[in-house]
Ligand binder design. Sequence first.
Ligand SMILES: [Zn+2]
Length: 194
Amino acid sequence: MDFDSHLSDVVGVTVHVVNLLTPGHRRGQEYPGDATPAGVAAAFAAEGRFSYRMPSDAEVVEMRGYTDRLHSVFAAVDVGDLDTACLTVNALMADTHAMPVLSRHGGEPWHLHFHAAEAGWAIGSGASMATSLAVVLGGPTADRLGICSASACDRVFADTSRNGTRRFCSVACQNRRKAAAFRSRRRLHGGGGE
Ligand SMILES: [Zn+2]
C-alpha cells in the first residue's frame, strides 16, 4: 500500500482507537469498550508521529461519540455499502470541522494535519480520523476497511497487505478461526474429541 506515511499513521490510530472505545466483542469475548485516558493516549503513541497529550475522562467520552460512528463506517464497507460509509464520513468531517492545515513542529518536516491547530482534543482527533478514512474511501483501496470475520469479534481493521485478502483483526483471531475449522473438519470425519 502506498499511503503517504503520515496518513498511514492516522489510519492506524483510527483502527486502534475505534477498537479500544467501541463496546461489542473482541477476540471471542465480550468487550465493554471502557478504555482509560491512559490507554487511549498509548494507542496514539503506538502508531507513531500522530501523538497528542493525555485526554481527560470527559474528552474520552466525547471521543466515544465519534468512534461509534467511525466503527459504523468500517461495518458499512464490510457489507459492501460504500454509499453509507461515505455519507457517514462526510457527516463526521462536517461535525468535527475537518480542514487541511500544513504544519511543522517538533523537528518534523512539513506535513498535513486534518484539523485546525486550536481544535480541542476529541474534535481535532475525530476530524483527523474521519479524514483519514475519507482518503481511503475516495481511492481505489476503498474496500480495504473491514470487520473481523472470526466468531464473536467485531473489531475493525484496515488491510494494508499487498493482495488485500485480510479478514481478521489480529493473528489471534486468525488462529481461533483456524482452530475452529480444524475441529469442525475432525468432527465431520468422525474423529471426535479434542
Ligand atoms: Zn477479531
